[in-house]
Design a protein around this ligand. Structure first.
Ligand code: SF4
Length: 258
């Protein structure tokens, strides 16, 4: 029988504290490898932060224990798919691609139309569910832990991201090893390690999701302002990153583009 939720939560809190004491990303990844007995998945959207984490995993995880994967929603920019190929070549490891179920996509479009995600927040979340959340469930099946590139400074809703948390939604540990990094640290790491990045970043896209749901941002805007820009700021997430403890009203302001 698996331990009760509060034991999982307390265990994650201890891991989080231990990671907080490690200043170096490589040591944080090494710590995760030691702490987790079982399959570890790394969810990458090929964003700036995920490229940092992928690069660190490549340097530390010499036995390829950590399995990187990407959710191919079928709506990505060509530049994102190009980066997927360049990243595999650069790091000599396969990034597993999870696609949505064809029948579920067909039914969704039959019901809401090809651009139905603009009809309402509910319709948008239904699209994210079919194209992202359901494939994510398959990607995490049987895993003991997953790693993300979430940072507290990315948006108001991510201000309290922990280094380790119990992900009750999917029933496994979730590690966010660069939770405390600033955007400047991310950019410096990418530069110093010559990590490939999405060509769209140089065109005003700091945060890149699906093509129809992402626009370039202007100076002074929140770095995630270009995601689902027609919706209000509250709860602009796709359902991949939920936390019962997360409360947007208590969070720090997000980073802005200068
Ligand atoms: S980001 Fe847009 S296109 Fe992509 S899954 Fe969500 S609603 Fe659908």
């Amino acid at each position: 029988m698996s331990p009760p939720q509060d034991q999982h939560i307390a265990h994650a809190a201890r891991l989080s504290e231990a990671i907080a004491a490690l200043p170096d990303l490589a040591r944080r990844i090494a710590f995760i490898l030691e702490a987790v007995h079982g399959r570890i998945a790394f969810a990458t959207s090929l964003g700036l932060e995920d490229q940092v984490v992928l690069s660190a995993i490549d340097r530390v995880d010499l036995q390829n224990r950590i399995e990187p994967f990407v959710l191919d929603t079928g709506r990505h920019f060509p530049e994102t798919l190009d980066l997927l190929a360049r990243s595999e070549a650069r790091f000599s490891r396969r990034i597993r691609v999870y696609a949505p179920e064809a029948r579920a996509v067909e039914d969704l479009i039959q019901r809401d139309g090809v651009a139905g995600f603009r009809l309402s927040v509910e319709a948008r979340k239904a699209c994210c569910h079919v194209r992202k959340v359901e494939p994510l469930k398959r990607a995490l099946q049987g895993a003991a832990a997953w790693i993300t590139g979430l940072r507290r400074g990315q948006s108001a809703g991510r201000g309290d991201v922990a280094f380790a948390e119990w992900d009750a939604e999917f029933g496994l540990l979730k590690f966010n090893p660069i939770a405390d990094w600033s955007l400047a640290q991310v950019e410096a790491y990418l530069r110093d390690h010559e990590v490939p990045v999405n060509a769209l970043h140089a065109q005003g896209f700091p945060s890149i999701g699906c093509q129809p749901c992402t626009r370039a941002i202007r100076p002074g805007e929140d770095i995630r302002a270009g995601r689902w820009w027609w919706e209000s700021e509250d709860g602009k997430e796709c359902g991949l990153h939920k936390s019962p403890a997360r409360n947007a009203s208590q969070n720090q302001p997000a980073e802005i583009r200068r």
